[in-house]
Design a protein around this ligand. Structure first.
Ligand SMILES: Cc1cc2nc3c(=O)[nH]c(=O)nc-3n(C[C@H](O)[C@H](O)[C@H](O)COP(=O)(O)OP(=O)(O)OC[C@H]3O[C@@H](n4cnc5c(N)ncnc54)[C@H](O)[C@@H]3O)c2cc1C
Length: 222
């Protein structure tokens, strides 16, 4: 498998625990919006600690972009990435992943599970094809919502937020339920795209099946 050494170009704090990393793009490197790649820090001690991260930029960009939730308590790669600065070398592999756009539909994301959809939405927006898609985005609190303003600007009324741990005017409360899906999804015959923590994925998959959504219409990383 191909492996590329790329330097971090800049780092920006997006939420209290999410950072955007812009990194060099190897020549001719192409990914499909929604795909991910393996990332490690290129030092002898850390190069074996590889995790997958999703491209959140566009192929047209001159750099690659990752949007990464930092887990300081894990003592894993994201803790080390939290300390990374412009100039830090990363190792990245080839693009891979099952989440790609198959046509208009409902995107359901939990927390950092929004990352494949950021790239898909930005790509559709750039091609003027975003209209007709909808995002249901589940988070604990409003402060956890990644790129809320950009998503609202792109999707307008087709952007519904649900918060499990906080009551906020204009935001739905609780977890995604059958009632929530029935309220917000007018057509169950469209494509569904899911990405989020394992428990949310299991719950939403079961809810969609219970509502009669065809398994083949549901796209997610396995
Ligand atoms: C296809 C794909 C794409 C992905 N894209 C993204 C993305 O774009 N952005 C993003 O942020 N993430 C993404 N992820 C998730 C990412 O790959 C990592 O799993 C996540 O960032 C956690 O990595 P970590 O190294 O910090 O910790 P981990 O690898 O999860 O954990 C390291 C160690 O911490 C300990 N640990 C684990 N859980 C806990 C806990 N709850 N409390 C205390 N200690 C614990 C364990 O000992 C573990 O070995 C993606 C995953 C996949 C599969």
């Amino acid at each position: 498998m191909a492996e590329y050494i790329v330097k971090i170009l800049d780092v920006k704090q997006l939420t209290h625990d999410v950072k955007r990393f812009r990194v060099e793009k190897p020549e001719g490197y192409i990914f499909k919006p929604g795909q991910a790649t393996g990332v490690a820090i290129n030092t002898p001690e850390l190069k074996k600690r590889r995790r997958s991260f999703t491209f959140t930029g566009l192929n047209e960009d001159t750099h690659l972009e990752f949007t990464i939730k930092i887990y300081p308590e894990h003592n894993g790669l994201t803790k080390d990435l939290d300390a990374a600065v412009p100039g830090t070398e990363l190792l990245i592999g080839s693009p891979w992943g099952a989440i790609t756009y198959k046509g208009k539909g409902v995107f359901i994301a939990g927390g950092a599970g929004i990352t494949p959809f950021i790239s898909i939405f930005r790509d559709l927006q750039a091609r003027n094809e975003l209209s007709g898609n909808m995002l249901l985005f589940a988070n604990k609190t409003r402060a956890d919502i990644i790129l809320e303003k950009e998503l609202r600007d792109m999707l307008d009324g087709a952007f519904v937020n649900i918060l499990s741990d906080e009551e906020q005017e204009g935001y739905f409360g609780g977890f995604i339920s059958e009632e929530f899906l029935r309220t917000h999804v007018s057509d169950l015959g469209v494509n569904f795209y899911l990405c989020g923590p394992p428990l949310m994925m299991r719950t939403v998959t079961d809810l969609l099946a219970g509502l009669g959504v065809d398994k083949k219409a549901v796209t997610m990383d396995l």
